[in-house]
Design a protein around this ligand. Structure first.
Ligand code: ADP
Ligand code: MG
Length: 267
């Protein structure tokens, strides 16, 4: 079934500061949209505002799933509507094992497809394998002591277990070495289908070699300045962000998409 996520002239921010200044974007099932931009342009603000993080305030505009506004709903109800957020900086939750966390979230959002404990365990094993995580992670506390890469892989496991209608992945590629990046990409590609729409937020072009978007958008200072097809990502790889109006003062050598050797800041 075809679903539609509409972001309509969204203005949002933190406290009194407006960070998103009119973002409009439509994502349909089966589409992958890369959402790029220099550091500080507001990518995470969009991710948090979509999911309903209480710190982020929607000033005006709307967010709709299949025509129904979700802007006044708490995050858990947005999740029930089919929205998922993979965090840029996943939190550590001591006391909650990864497998319990996944099972409880699965039971919460997929009430329609109850699973026997045994079958769920098998499902987890399969999902862990895709991203190259050992089974022993299941009994560890959520993200506690996980490396940056392991945290990102755990986000992808969550994504593939929950199978949302729309996934917002906030820099799921950042801080990963090339092997981890490929595994994370495998995980994302394994959920890719006509059933899911993906908003792939990334600072670097490199994940787009493995997860192919049909649409690319560049956010600069809270506004989408350029949108295009996959060729836009190639242009960004060659030329960085500085050619885009207003972007030059926010991208420096270290932060360029063209950073040599796929250098990425550690998470
Ligand atoms: P990106 O994800 O594109 O790097 P963010 O959405 O994280 O950008 O940040 C956009 C802007 O909002 C930045 O100028 C950042 O400093 C500011 N910002 C983000 N979070 C906070 C916060 N908790 N308090 C104040 N300013 C914030
Ligand atoms: Mg961010």
């Amino acid at each position: 079934m075809q679903h539609i996520l509409e972001i309509i002239d969204l203005h949002a921010g933190i406290a009194d500061k407006e960070i998103l200044k009119g973002v409009s974007l439509t994502v349909k099932s089966g589409e992958i949209h890369a959402f790029m931009g220099p550091n500080g342009s507001g990518k995470s603000t969009l991710a948090y505002t979509l999911m309903g993080h209480p710190k982020y305030k929607l000033i005006s505009g709307d967010i709709k799933i299949d025509g129904t506004s979700i802007k006044d709903l708490p995050p858990n109800q947005r999740a029930l509507m089919g929205l998922f957020l993979g965090f840029q900086y996943p939190l550590e939750i001591p006391g909650v094992s990864l497998s319990n966390f996944l099972r409880i979230s699965y039971n919460a959002v997929r009430k329609d497809e109850p699973m026997l404990v045994r079958d769920f365990r098998k499902l987890l094993e399969d999902k862990f394998e895709v991203v190259g995580m050992e089974r022993s992670f299941a009994t560890r506390y959520l993200n506690e002591g996980f490396s940056g890469g392991e945290k990102k892989k755990a986000e992808v496991v969550q994504l593939s277990v929950l199978r949302p209608k729309f996934a917002v992945l906030d820099e799921t590629d950042s801080g990963l070495d090339i092997d981890a990046l490929k595994l994370v990409a495998d995980g994302i590609n394994s959920v890719k289908s006509s059933e899911i729409g993906i908003l792939l937020i990334t600072h670097y072009q490199r994940i787009l070699r493995y997860v192919k978007p049909q649409f690319v958008h560049v956010l600069v200072k809270g506004k989408i300045e350029v949108s295009g097809g996959p060729e836009l990502a190639n242009k960004l790889e060659e030329q960085g962000y500085s050619w885009i109006q207003g972007a030059d003062d926010t991208s420096d050598e270290e932060e360029r998409v063209t950073a040599p050797g796929d250098r990425a800041p550690a998470v």
